[in-house]
Design a protein around this ligand. Structure first.
Ligand code: SAH
Ligand code: SF4
Ligand code: F3S
Length: 495
């Protein structure tokens, strides 16, 4: 599948034009589990004395893929560096979710051009979700000759072979697979954290929300086997990790494709992980449509399952939700929200919201504001709708001017800020459990970490606390963080 002469690249072999019909078909295609990864002998020492750097854009899935690529490169002898001038291999792990995400990447590839001129031996690679888009690959081929290597999200495990090809070829190496993706187990991982870890539980997405590019860049939904996940979590627990985050684009669909395991879902998996001795378990991202009662019941058992639910709503208006293809109404979202809140009373809730979807009216936008007010979210990621080529929404005419979209975003953000402040104010004088993650970004004298409910807490204490779970009494609640005092001998922690 490797093409090294780009004049010969046959895109039809690599790219399936995004199509809903193909998507429906793909669910029936079987998933292959690949379990025989190894570095070819002639590549085992190729990186000795050399350095690599992976720049990561996008979501946690990409962050974790970066850890895998780091793991592979380290097994080839490369060492990590944070300095582009020091690197012999630079990979840009890209995100395609919105236009501005893509623009940032093109900007960065542009910035690296002089470096490539100074250091011709440098390998510059582009991978991740943008590499799955035909238009992007064409643009790189035409306008960015400084790029040596392009590969997609389905063939990360081929990095050794691709790097070799790039090292010895004068042409740009392009390998992007349009297939829906396999599951590759036992890849090396160079985890960035020593006490927090990401664990993939599933890949891909079959939801096909009409605005979203992810189902096309990440392939179909496919779940890892529960025994593989549980073994990975047990191993992390044995190695002293304090917190894991189970990852997937739509974790609530976990297990649906495991045909031999009837009715085995995220609830079952979490119920097993609950029994493993790891202090904190998180999961992201939830989709409201598949969030079932069994999972709610399991979350209600608490223990190591953290009381933070990220439940993207996207819009508070049922008509817009329908055109987005989200599969739930405003009322169903609210009833699910209230059900979870009842089962997990201390839970914090965050969400994602898109404003300015094609033809969104002022009234429809106000429905979003009223839903946000009703749920009193602890925080939200808010976005202006960005048309993605090939998605159904991108073909819709849109009568909402950009100024109106920007103004809606400002109004929404103002409300979110108010609610975040109000939510944090409730922590005043409470004692909370904090996983100490490191020095605060603003002040190296101050330590920083998160509560179980995912609130940022800053406090003063010895550096030896980094990586530990400690208790902190909140003395000053700000909009997006809490300041507190470390409790040497804590009273019982609240949340
Ligand atoms: N799988 C997750 C979301 C992943 S993308 C879910 O369904 O909840 C993260 C967020 O980006 C989405 O929740 C959505 O709010 C936003 N997003 C996705 N596509 C977008 C687009 N075309 N324009 C603007 N925001 C978008
Ligand atoms: Fe995109 Fe929807 Fe899938 Fe989330 S669930 S990744 S928004 S298609
Ligand atoms: Fe971006 Fe791909 Fe994640 S498009 S949000 S990096 S799945």
């Amino acid at each position: 599948m490797v093409e090294s002469k780009f004049s010969k690249v046959d895109f039809s072999k690599y790219f399936q034009p995004p199509s809903l019909r193909a998507a429906r078909r793909r669910r029936r295609e079987s998933v292959h589990i690949i379990n025989n990864f190894s570095i070819p002998d002639d590549m085992k020492a190729i990186g000795r004395g050399k350095k690599y750097l992976v720049e990561t854009y996008g979501c946690q899935m990409n962050e974790h893929d970066t850890e895998v690529m780091g793991g592979i490169l380290e097994e080839m002898g490369y060492q990590e560096t944070e300095d582009v001038y020091d690197a012999d291999v630079i990979l840009i792990n890209t995100c395609a979710i919105r236009e501005n995400a893509e623009n940032k990447v093109f900007g960065e590839i542009g910035h690296l051009k002089p470096l490539k001129r100074e250091k011709p031996g440098l390998i510059l690679g582009v991978c991740g979700c943008m590499a799955q888009e035909e238009t992007v690959v064409n643009k790189i081929l035409q306008k960015y000759p400084q790029v040596d290597l392009i590969f997609g999200t389905h063939n990360i495990h081929r990095l050794p072979q691709l790097l070799k090809e790039a090292l010895f070829s004068k042409e740009m190496v392009v390998e992007v697979w349009s297939k829906e993706g396999d599951i590759v187990e036992n890849l090396p991982q160079s985890r960035r954290g020593h006490f927090q870890a990401w664990v993939n539980i599933m890949y891909g997405c079959d939801k096909f929300c009409t605005y979203c590019i992810v189902p096309y860049t990440r392939g179909k939904e496919r779940s890892r086997r529960p025994e593989e996940i549980i073994e990975e979590v047990r191993d992390l627990a044995r190695r002293g990790y304090k917190e894991i985050t189970l990852l997937g684009q739509n974790v609530n669909a976990y297990g649906k494709d495991l045909q031999d395991l009837e009715d085995y879902g995220l609830g079952n998996l979490m119920d097993e992980i609950r029994k493993i001795g790891i202090p904190r378990v998180r999961f992201t991202t939830s989709h409201p449509k598949d969030f079932d009662d069994h999972l709610i019941e399991v979350l209600g058992k608490g223990g190591n399952l953290c009381e933070h639910i990220h439940l993207p709503v996207q819009s508070g208006n049922s008509e817009i939700l329908k055109i987005m293809g989200r599969g739930y109404t405003r009322e169903r979202y609210l009833s699910l929200f209230n059900k979870i809140k009842k089962a997990v009373p201390n839970a914090s809730f965050t969400t994602d919201i898109i404003v300015g979807f094609p033809n969104e009216t002022e009234e429809q936008f106000e429905d979003t504001l009223s839903l946000v007010r009703e749920c009193r979210f602890d925080g939200a990621y808010t976005f202006i709708y960005s048309p993605r080529a090939g998605t159904p929404a991108a073909r819709m005419t849109d009568n909402v001017p950009m100024e109106v979209k920007k103004e809606r975003l400002l109004r929404l953000n103002k409300l979110i800020d108010e609610l975040a402040s109000a939510s944090n104010a409730r922590y005043q004088d409470q004692v909370v459990e904090v996983l100490v993650e490191g020095e605060s970004r603003k002040n190296s004298e101050v330590l920083s970490g998160h509560t179980r409910t995912n609130k940022v807490v800053n406090f003063r204490g010895p550096k030896s606390l980094i990586g530990e779970l400690v208790h902190v009494k909140i003395t000053d609640a700000k909009m997006w963080s809490l300041d507190g005092e470390w409790q040497r001998e804590p009273e019982a922690a609240g949340r």
